[in-house]
Design a protein around this ligand. Structure first.
Ligand code: AMP
Length: 402
């Protein structure tokens, strides 16, 4: 079975076509700058093989449908393509950011499901409409394929009420559904599952702390294989320090900014989402630039690294308290997989809690799941690469076999 995975944003579509017989990637690509004067599509056919081919086209791409049509042309090209016809795609798996309280697992998309995704637009005003565009396009172009929605929030629907409620008037939950939802669920679930595989133990027996550190950052407490708490909240702004997002701040800062800095709520929202985090502290949001700046003696860059890793450590401590026994801590995503300094600083001083990092193992580059704690470490520490496209494809296959 061939599964197409679609991650549709407001002006872009990321896609990957997988052959699930061997979980191999037949093609992966990105349509960008949809609706702008010059759009771009870049697609790699047969990546990682000796027949790999990169196809790039620049053209005006009016909307998501035209973008996806271009992708289909490349995928089905009679000389270089990877499928003979678009009817070879058996199912399409869609990343959908917000499933609210309606979806606990991936779901075949029906008109009722689309209506429920639409109902959740107020909770994710930028993401859900874009995800819906992707679904409509795929329904139009791949009419014969089963469409499946895989929700970023679904894995966290097992979080108990005492962890998902904010201490706000209860009516805000009842009327407006204000509560913690959590995000990056597909990634947290995927690395938790991979950890169970490498440890050779059932996921249902494992207590884990999964740490996703990329442009967006989040941490999840996994008890017996289920999410019981996570750092992202009602929106993907709470918790850890991210590339441009603040993570936790005193909520009174909003009122202070409004009263004293002449900012309206839109400006405050933009400040916290786009101009804060690592970027707010030192002007850079890419951890590679921050390391280069630190080497050059930039004190603000040093501060940004210290603030982020201190926050990571604080959350690790909190989630250890939540879980009691922790079998493994897992680092994943762009920073988590590649940055030994961030990993080491986030775990610094945690030896009394049974966490001993193996410095040599930590400094090796890893493409595969790698144990980076010492043998004697009571809590294992792993680096496990995430793969959201493969995770969505696997979830899609699971839905089809239900
Ligand atoms: P992601 O959202 O998972 O794609 O992660 C993107 C972020 O990972 C970038 O903004 C960088 O901060 C970080 N990153 C990627 N590669 C490296 C690397 N080799 N070392 C440190 N940070 C990295």
């Amino acid at each position: 079975m061939k599964i197409l995975v679609i991650n549709s944003g407001s002006s872009s579509i990321k896609f990957q076509l997988l052959d699930m017989a061997h979980e191999s990637v037949l093609a992966s690509g990105l349509v960008e700058r949809i609706g702008e004067s010059q759009g771009l599509i870049k697609c790699t056919l047969r990546p990682g093989t000796d027949k790999a081919l990169v196809v790039e086209k620049m053209d005006y791409i009016a909307d998501h449908t035209s973008g996806m049509r271009l992708a289909v042309e490349i995928l089905t090209d009679k000389d270089q393509g990877v499928i003979a016809d678009k009817s070879d795609v058996g199912a399409v798996g869609h990343r959908v950011v917000h499933g609210g309280e309606d979806f606990h697992q991936p779901t075949v998309i029906t008109s009722e499901v689309l209506a429920a995704i639409e109902k959740n637009i107020p909770l994710a005003p930028l993401h859900n409409p874009a995800n819906m565009d992707g679904i409509r396009v795929a329904q139009e172009l791949f009419g014969g394929a089963i469409q499946v929605a895989v929700f970023d929030t679904a894995f966290h629907q097992t979080i108990p009420p005492h962890a998902y409620h904010y201490a706000l008037p209860y009516e805000l939950y009842e009327k407006e559904r204000v509560r913690r939802y959590g995000f990056h669920g597909t990634s947290h679930k995927f690395v938790a599952g991979e950890c169970a595989k490498v440890k050779g133990r059932p996921l249902e027996e494992l207590n884990l702390i999964t740490i996703h550190l990329g442009n967006g950052c989040s941490m999840t407490a996994v008890e017996n294989g289920r999410s019981v708490d996570t750092s992202l909240g009602f929106t993907p702004l709470e918790g850890l320090v991210m590339g441009t997002r603040s993570g936790d701040v005193d909520p009174a800062i909003h009122a202070f900014l409004a009263r004293n800095c002449n900012m309206d709520i839109e400006a405050i929202d933009a400040l916290l989402n786009k101009d804060s985090g690592l970027k707010g502290l030192c002007g850079m949001n890419d951890m590679r630039d921050i390391h280069a700046a630190i080497t050059a003696g930039n004190e603000r860059a040093k501060l940004a690294l210290a603030v982020q890793t201190y926050r990571n450590k604080k959350y690790i401590g909190a989630f250890m308290a939540v879980l009691g026994r922790v079998d493994a801590i897992i680092f994943t995503a762009g920073i988590g997989e590649n940055d030994e300094v961030v990993r080491a600083m986030s775990l610094q001083g945690l030896e009394p809690f049974g966490i001993s990092l193996d410095r040599e193992a930590n400094s090796r580059r890893m493409k595969n799941p790698t144990l980076i704690s010492k043998k004697k470490s009571r809590v294992q520490v792993w680096v496990i690469p995430t793969n959201e496209e493969l995770a969505i494809a696997r979830e899609t296959r699971t839905v089809l076999s239900r």
